[in-house]
Design a protein around this ligand. Structure first.
Ligand code: DX5
Ligand code: ZN
Length: 230
């Protein structure tokens, strides 16, 4: 929360036939993470990529892999991703049956030296994070329903970011706060002011004529929004 803004371009919007150059492009433009959207066709209707692609990305990426698991039964597949080269793994709270399972997933990440994050769909209240907030490296607030890139930002998502900030402060911790979905030039300032510091951008970077410049412009708006707070 309130760290130097980092843009995490989602390769879901990139050219899958040229992933290596698409990643180099965003690295050279100053991206903080490569955001990898794993969808299983069950937790969300869409189906994307899995372990072999994460392994391949790890060989070429110079910045950390931020792997967003939109999958059912995350405890079954988590070990595969821990071994594939993810630097940070985000799982959805809605996919767990119990707080104990959530805690176990977080512990497994940490035992493997991987950062642990949990994500909330737009309708899931922040309060579900209460029992585990102190152990999270990052919280991901979805600002669209997970499943597809190119959707419109859901207004009010900044309020959820602010609620995470309050909860974390009360618990005496300061996790990163990431927002994902419809983030771009017009929407980034609000969530940055609320306390987000990692910003997933799919179409707002990769679908632009000059993705490198788009990334820099978006990051600058976030930086300015944070500076306005001081
Ligand atoms: C949506 C994914 C997002 C998506 C973002 O379920 O988690 O990461 O690719 O794409 P944009 O930024 O275009 O909304
Ligand atoms: Zn994502």
């Amino acid at each position: 929360m309130f760290q130097e803004p980092k843009i995490a371009p989602s390769i879901l919007s990139a050219d899958f036939m040229n992933l290596e150059s698409q990643i180099k492009l965003i690295e050279d433009a100053g991206a903080g993470y490569v955001h990898v959207d794993v969808m299983d066709g069950h937790f969300v209707p869409n189906l994307t990529i899995g372990v072999p692609v994460v392994k391949g990305l790890k060989k070429i990426a110079r910045i950390p892999l931020d792997v967003h698991l939109m999958i059912s039964n995350p405890l079954v597949q988590l070990p595969w991703y821990l071994g594939a080269g993810a630097d940070m793994i985000t799982m959805h709270v809605e996919a767990f049956d119990s707080v104990e399972d959530m805690q176990s997933a977080i512990n497994q990440c940490h035992e493997a030296g991987v950062k642990a994050a949990l994500s909330l769909k737009p309708k899931t209240p922040v309060s579900v994070l209460e029992p585990v907030i102190k152990d999270l490296d990052m919280v991901l607030i979805m600002s669209v329903e997970p499943g597809f890139s190119g959707q419109s930002y859901i207004e009010g998502s900044d309020l959820k970011v602010a609620q995470v900030v309050d909860m974390a402060k009360a618990a005496g911790v300061a996790p990163l706060i990431e927002v994902d979905g419809g983030i771009g030039l017009k929407t980034i300032a609000g969530v940055a002011k609320a306390g987000a510091d990692v910003f997933v951008c799919g179409n707002a970077v990769y679908a632009q004529e000059d993705p490198a410049q788009a990334l820099k412009d978006i990051e600058e708006v976030a930086r300015q929004a944070q500076a306005d707070l001081r």
